[in-house]
Ligand binder design. Structure first.
Ligand code: HEM
Length: 228
């Protein structure tokens, strides 16, 4: 059954369609709203942590760049393509795509720069799960960026555009998942020493819940593309 509500305000008439999918739409909107709050919470948490050291160092640059790149920009870039994401709901598909591109490129550049800053600062590398996963996330980010550019330029030519889109989505999801896991290990190893077990465990749980919130809809879309 479809119920239509006419909502008159001055001379504008806005029609709101409420159909059988309404509970699902409400559910997805709540998930997205919670995800936005959590993205802000974990980004603030990491930046607040690094600020207590009060020294300008590669460590500080690393945390700012990786957190802004991966957690703020790349997560929002994925959410911008979500049909239930509040701020992007009013945009046309073409505009959403452009915003997605801009945020992905900027986020990836900052995230890659943040990883390189720490890789070349003279401290021995690949000695922790955080460092190894962070480097793998950087490699996936570079691959995702390249697949995104291939996706963009093959729009008009390729018959296999669906495959390119799937590869791009899978690489992007892998890059973000491994980056979030790396952040979990940063909370586990580094943050725990300063803020203790309770705060570190809470930060890890919130990071995992945020990742699930960011990736849910993108995974549903990818599965829909793969299934006939
Ligand atoms: C999504 C966010 C983050 C990513 C993807 C990331 C990635 C990386 C990468 C690629 C390295 C260099 C690898 C190496 O030297 O072995 C690294 C090192 C490091 N990061 Fe991060 N990082 C992130 C956030 C953080 C945060 C929030 C902290 C602090 C709480 C932190 C603390 C460190 C430290 C102390 C090192 C050097 C020692 C080590 O490898 O553990 N990182 N990170």
């Amino acid at each position: 059954m479809t119920v239509q509500n006419d909502y008159r305000q001055n001379t504008n008439v806005v029609q709101i369609n409420v159909d059988e999918k309404a509970p699902f739409v409400v559910f997805m909107s709540v998930i997205i709203t919670l995800t936005h709050i959590l993205i802000g919470a974990i980004a603030f948490n990491a930046i607040f942590f690094v600020n207590i050291f009060d020294i300008r160092s590669s460590f500080e640059q690393h945390v700012y760049l990786c957190v802004i790149g991966y957690i703020l920009l790349m997560s929002q870039a994925i959410l911008s393509m979500n049909p239930y994401a509040s701020w992007a709901k009013v945009l046309s598909y073409e505009n959403k795509k452009m915003i997605h591109w801009l945020m992905q490129i900027l986020g990836s550049v900052l995230a890659i720069a943040g990883s390189i800053v720490k890789l070349v600062d003279g401290v021995p590398n690949f000695r922790s799960a955080h460092g190894i996963l962070g480097t793998v996330a950087m490699l996936f980010t570079i691959a995702s960026l390249i697949s995104g550019i291939v996706n963009l330029f093959s729009m008009n030519f390729s018959n296999n555009i669906n495959i390119i889109k799937i590869v791009h989505s899978v690489l992007g999801a892998l890059a973000l998942s491994v980056a979030y896991l790396s952040l979990c290990f940063a909370f586990h190893d580094v943050y725990r020493v300063v803020y203790g077990n309770n705060n570190a465990n809470l930060s890890i749980i919130l990071t995992i819940v945020t990742l699930i919130g960011v990736l849910t809809s993108s995974c549903i879309n990818t599965v829909r593309r793969i299934l006939p």
